[in-house]
Ligand binder design. Structure first.
Ligand code: KIV
Length: 277
C-alpha cells in the first residue's frame, strides 16, 4: 500500500498528547505477526508485547518463567505487523531488576528488535532504572498496583492498595515514575477511586486494567477479550468474541469430515489433464 494511504504513526509524543486532549487511549496485547496486524487494523493506539505471553502462549501459571529470548522473538514478530500502533515490549522478570546497566542493555535489545518503548513493573529502584532508560533515549511505560512479576511477594493476584497507607504509597510511586520520565503508566487491579485519583494527579496518561473507568486508557490481554483462555473471564475482562469456541467447533467439523470421507473432496483435488496451478 502506498504510504499516502497509511494512517499517521502513533508515537509516545502522540500518546501523551491524547491525555491533554482528553482522548482515550486503547491498548491490547499481541504476541505474533497476524494478531498484531489485526489489532493494528482494528485501530488500537498501542500494542503491548506482554510478558503475559508466559500465561496465554506458553501455558505457565506466572509470568516469571519467560525470558529475554522469547520476549525478543515475540517483539520481532509483532513489530512487523503493528503499524501504525506504538509497540511496547514488556521487560521480563530479572531483565531490569539486577542493575541499571543490564536494564539498559536489555531494553536496547528490545528497541533493536522493533519495539518503540519498554514496560517495567514497580517503583523504587525501578524508577531509577526508568530514569536511566529515558536518559539514553528509550521511552518507558510504568506499571503499578498488581504487578504480576511480584506475585509471590504480593501473595497472589489480589486487589491491591486497599489500605490507606498502600494507597498513599501507590500515589507517591506513580509521581516518582512520572518524575523519572515515564510516558505512561499501567494501573492494574486497584480500586477505581484510587485509579481516578492517580489519573487526576499525573500529567502522563494512565492505562487501566481492572482499575475502573476513569483511567486515560484501557488495556486487555487479547486472549481474554477474544475468549481464547480456558478459565472463566475475570471481573475486569469483557469478552468481545468467543473465538476459542469457534476454533473448537471448526476442528471438530474437520475431524468429522476427514473421518467420514467428506474432506478432501474432488473439488479440493488436482487432475492429470489440468495445467500447472
Ligand atoms: O503482560 C501483560 O499483558 C501486561 C498487561 C496485563 C498490562 O502487563
Amino acid at each position: 500500500m502506498s504510504s499516502v494511504f497509511r494512517s499517521e504513526k502513533i508515537t509516545v509524543v502522540r500518546i501523551m498528547r491524547k491525555k491533554r486532549e482528553n482522548e482515550r487511549i486503547v491498548c491490547l496485547t499481541a504476541y505474533d505477526y497476524p494478531t498484531a496486524r489485526l489489532v493494528a487494523a482494528g485501530g488500537v493506539d498501542l500494542i503491548l508485547v506482554g510478558d503475559s505471553a508466559a500465561n496465554v502462549i506458553y501455558g505457565h501459571p506466572t509470568t516469571l518463567s519467560i525470558g529475554m529470548e522469547e520476549m525478543l522473538y515475540h517483539t520481532k514478530a509483532v513489530a512487523v505487523g503493528a503499524y501504525p500502533a506504538l509497540v511496547v515490549a514488556d521487560m521480563p522478570f530479572m531483565s531490569y531488576q539486577t542493575s541499571v546497566e543490564s536494564a539498559v542493555e536489555n531494553a536496547g535489545r528490545f528497541l533493536k528488535a522493533g519495539a518503540e518503548a519498554v514496560k517495567v513493573e514497580g517503583a523504587g529502584f525501578v524508577a531509577d532504572v526508568a530514569r536511566r532508560l529515558v536518559d539514553v533515549g528509550i521511552p518507558v511505560m510504568g506499571h503499578l498496583g498488581l504487578t504480576p512479576q511480584s506475585v509471590h511477594r504480593l501473595g497472589g493476584y489480589r486487589l491491591q492498595a486497599k489500605r490507606p497507607d498502600d494507597q498513599e504509597r501507590l500515589v507517591a510511586d506513580a509521581m516518582a515514575l512520572e518524575k523519572a520520565g515515564c510516558f505512561s503508566l499501567v494501573l492494574e487491579k486497584i480500586p477505581a477511586e484510587l485509579a481516578a485519583r492517580v489519573t487526576k494527579t499525573l500529567s502522563i496518561p494512565t492505562i487501566g486494567i481492572g482499575a475502573g473507568p476513569e483511567c486515560d486508557g484501557q488495556v486487555l490481554v487479547i486472549h481474554d477479550m477474544l475468549g481464547l483462555t480456558e478459565t472463566q473471564p475475570l471481573r475486569f475482562v469483557k469478552r468481545y468474541a468467543e473465538i476459542g469456541q469457534g476454533i473448537r467447533r471448526a476442528v471438530e467439523e474437520f475431524c468429522r469430515d476427514v473421518r467420514e470421507g467428506r474432506f478432501p473432496s474432488w473439488e479440493h483435488s488436482f487432475y492429470l489433464n489440468e495445467g500447472n496451478q
